[in-house]
Design a binder for this molecule. Structure first.
Ligand code: TYM
Length: 344
């Protein structure tokens, strides 16, 4: 609670709660990340104190081409802003610019149990995809993610459903640490949207839409041109019925398209079913494609404009790193003191 004294008046304000979330710049931003995460960040931005990170340190758990990683990191920052995150109101920064992330990650790795890490699905999936490079970073990645969240004392972590396990692990670590040293960390809650929490590939709807998808037609990227987006939607896998109905278990392709259309257009599933009653999948896929083109068009145009302004981008990430460091270092100092490190 914050108490302000203004001209003899005492004003009591509830302090804003804190949000932390991040995305790896390991590929171009996808429609999945936008609908599962960023769109909700924008909706929550006014209500909370927000920290949005480009988690480049997470990205190197898989081998990255250095030039491309740099380019994608800056492009992602431009896209965050173009999606509606105002850098004046939100702290937008690059993870490697705030050394406290790596420092706290080490401490927390000493409070993360091996069995917990072994259960993480993302570790298993990425290990399967990168069998020639199953490195220690890939395995301890959730400790770094816990550090990201706990450094800012985040109350809420808005993510897609695939990240739920990692936020739960961050809660376990926070609980274990607090159990030993008292209330050091805020216990974070996961925030997962009702629709759009898991957008599936357009060509193999049993798999998550992912920036590392080997099939380019399965994934829609925020910066993609309208004609490419329409081409992918026209080729999207459906089923042998001709009925637009939400049934994720038996009609995964159509249900995925309905989720996308629902978030892009604001229509409910029953409104969509009514809209396409008696009409073929061709019409339906066209409508979904067009709604996504219109959703992404202003974002793409704005991101291109922002990306051209190198000085502005630099000022955003420098200010972001300063603001983030201020909060992160405060938590880190507290942690170092608790575990018994001598103050420097
Ligand atoms: P990442 O980079 O894989 O994905 C970024 C965000 O987008 C969501 N997302 C999706 N949502 C719905 N459908 C999809 N197909 C889809 N694909 C991605 C993810 O759930 C995520 O919210 N470990 C994280 C990054 C991270 C992080 C953090 C997140 C690092 N530190 C701290 C929150 C808080 C990751 O790999 O996300």
């Amino acid at each position: 609670m914050v108490v302000l004294c203004l001209e003899g008046m005492v004003i009591i304000m509830d302090e804003k709660k804190t949000i932390f979330s991040g995305i790896q710049p390991s590929g171009d931003l996808t429609l999945g990340s936008y609908l599962g995460a960023i769109k909700n960040w924008v909706e929550l931005a006014d209500e909370y104190e927000c920290f949005y990170c480009i988690v480049d340190m997470h990205a190197i758990t898989v081998r990255q081409e250095p030039q491309l990683l740099r380019k994608r990191t800056l492009a992602q920052l431009a896209q965050y802003i173009a999606c509606g995150l105002d850098p004046e109101k939100n702290t937008i920064f690059i993870q490697s610019h705030v050394p406290a992330h790596a420092e706290l990650a080490w401490v927390l790795s000493c409070y993360t149990v091996f069995g917990g890490l072994s259960r993480m699905s993302q570790v298993k999936d990425e290990s399967a995809k990168n069998a020639d490079n199953i490195n220690a970073g890939l395995f301890t990645y959730p400790s770094l993610m816990a550090a990201d969240i706990l450094l800012y004392q985040a109350d809420l972590v808005p993510v897609g459903s695939d990240q739920k396990q990692h936020v739960e692990l961050a809660r376990d670590v926070a609980g274990r640490f607090n159990g030993v040293y008292g209330d050091v960390f805020t216990m974070p809650e996961v925030f997962i949207p009702k629709v759009g929490a898991r957008i599936m590939s357009l060509t193999s709807p049993e798999n998550k839409m992912s920036k590392s998808d080997k099939d380019p037609g399965g994934c829609i990227y925020i910066m993609q041109k309208p004609e490419e987006i329409m081409r992918s939607f026209k080729r999207a896998v459906t089923d042998s019925e001709t009925c637009v109905r939400y049934a994720p278990d038996t009609k995964p392709g159509v249900s995925n398209l309905m989720s996308i259309y629902s978030v892009a257009s604001g229509k409910s599933f029953s409104e969509i079913e009514a809209e396409f009653e008696g009409r073929g999948y061709g019409d339906f896929k066209l409508a979904v494609g067009e709604s996504v083109v219109e959703l992404l068009r202003p974002i793409r145009e704005e991101a291109e404009r922002i990306l051209a302004d190198k000085a502005y981008i630099e000022s955003v990430y420098k200010t972001g790193a300063q603001r983030a460091s201020y909060v992160a270092e405060k938590t880190l100092r507290k942690v170092y003191k608790k575990v018994g490190f001598v103050q420097k």
